[in-house]
Design a protein around this ligand. Sequence first.
Ligand code: GDL
Length: 680
Amino acid sequence: MSTPGRDKRPFISGVVEGFYGRPWTMEQRTELFKREQKWGLNTYLYAPKDDYKHRMYWRELYSPEEAEQLVALISAAENNQIEFIYAISPGLDITFSNPKEVASLKRKLDQVRQFGCRSFSLLFDDIERDMCPADKEAFSSFAHAQVAITNEVYQHLGDAKTFLFCPTDYCAAFCTPNVSQSTYLQTVGDKLLPGIDILWTGPKVVSHKISVESIEEVTTVLKRAPVIWDNIHANDYDPQRLFLGPYKDRPTELIPKLRGVLTNPNCEFYLNFVAIHTLATWCKSSAAEGRRDVDMGYSPQEALTLALSDWLQEFMSTDQPGGACRLKKELSDEEPMQTDVGESPYVPGPGENPLYTAEPLTMDDLNLLSDLFYLPYEHGTTARIMLEELDWLKNHHQDAAAQTEEWCGRAGKFDGMCEAVVQMFNRLSNAPNRSVLYDLYNYICDIKSGVGLARTYVKTLGSQDQPSAQIMNDDPEPWDFRGGLSGEFQRMLPGHGKRDLFKHPPMTAVYCIRSYCTEDKAEVQKIFKELQRGEGQIPLQPKLISDSLLSGEIAPSPQCALVVEDDIGVCGYALGLTDAKQAAGMDKFQRPGSDMLLKDFPSLVVAQVLPRVTDPSPVKRMITQLLSSIRNSGSRGVFCDLRRSNRRMLDFYSKHGSFEHIPMDKSLPQDIVVMATKFQ
Ligand code: GDL
């Protein structure tokens, strides 16, 4: 799979500054290089989305002042033995077929090469997939256009040390119909020159887990091991989230199968201590060196402890001239504080207020902080316990009224945990390193208020008095409308508004998709009825055309019936009819417009999974397989009919990429939606 000599190149490890929002400063980047070198990482990919000349105005050359800064930055990277990779994202508006555009791209990269840069990258993530008419004429597909320009630029540069390409379909979730059958990825894998490495974010944009099998699959299509662009710690998609948990859920067995890993972390530079430190620990684990004889392994918890104890030192080192904070320990040493003007410091007299002091920050504080802002798909242990306790206290409010020993004991424990958050906040706000604190401030304020509200609520439950004014106030303060307009939109949505990490943690289940057999009939009907009940569909009329398949009145066509099983049992199905005339022709389904529909789309599919299957991939796989069987039968197209209340499947077909909404006769009940796809 790999080209000769390729394996001798060192594993790429480090950071991609690839998020949306305020780019880091040159000083922060220089600081990053020092840290990377200290921790054993070797690469920095320059790709700040909102840097004008990286993406929006990619054609523009750098001004002399900017050039000076970049030259200094590139040499700072070199001085710290960090490979500086300059990335450019021309995909917003480039016309691939215009030679002038290619020339602009070369001119820009030549300029950066003059600054001392030896490694480059072309990124085509997060762009429209439609080509302009001129490109459609010149290239047979979007992938061909991207590959042609990338190969040309790579050859033009000639001696690039590293050259990375980010595809538009950069994760499995973006691939149609899937990774191994994606024609886009196949073209990239076949046509991109072998010296060019490819970035990949894993199963999703923000991948919960990355398995060895998934990497083997994509490696086969790409014809090279990918470089992971890891969004595990990225927080640019939600201003209330921050990720201070360890690098996790990527087995170290991946290391020999990958070309490298670059993490695209939190927007706030100083809050990436844990993200980068733990990635470095992961990279250093034995598998990286292929030394299976000495398995040092990787424990996320141990890596976190190592990172937090180093981070504590950073918090405690002052970054301000004169470091004004007053910690209890210092005062107890009775060292008087020096002031600039040389005045003697104020010392309170007897009976006067003592000076404000705070306890120094502790490892417990940082562990708690990391637990409260852990990982995208997981809360840290203390955060989970707090949620569990609050949930229990709320659901046992009768015990609260009766003041049972258990309720009071657990309420006391909850209160203690809330107090620890307040104390953590106080000690953090007095930390000598203000740069770290200021990056952190909004998040800790927010969590302190959120926890404070829960604390007051529990106190109210346990008290015999009137509910506290803070909870039941008719004239709220602005902070009672938490989350702003965006929060309000989210809470109004039926599915997403109710989705929270505590009640619906993502599950990793093993699903088995197999052919349907007659013994499954009862199970399929059970699921069908259960889902109808769940959607409040009984006794809705008229029936759907697909109902006749599910109720067993009509049997699915050969090769067109699948079921999915998890460890509990059958949890979903996908059934198809190559010729839906019989189903549609049954008297009760005689509907205006169905003849027209069947002319363009003679076949029918229906798929459902139980709510416990939270992962959309089993349905996606079943539908893909069904569509391919139906297409092989010679059909022109496939439709499915479903009720608007079946939000999950409606959402699925809408996002599938090939199904489109078919307007039906106005006389039909408006709660029935028809989606369909034509085979070319
Ligand atoms: C993305 C973007 C990235 C962004 C991240 C998280 C890639 C390749 N591109 O899709 O710029 O920071 O999501 O929001 O990941």
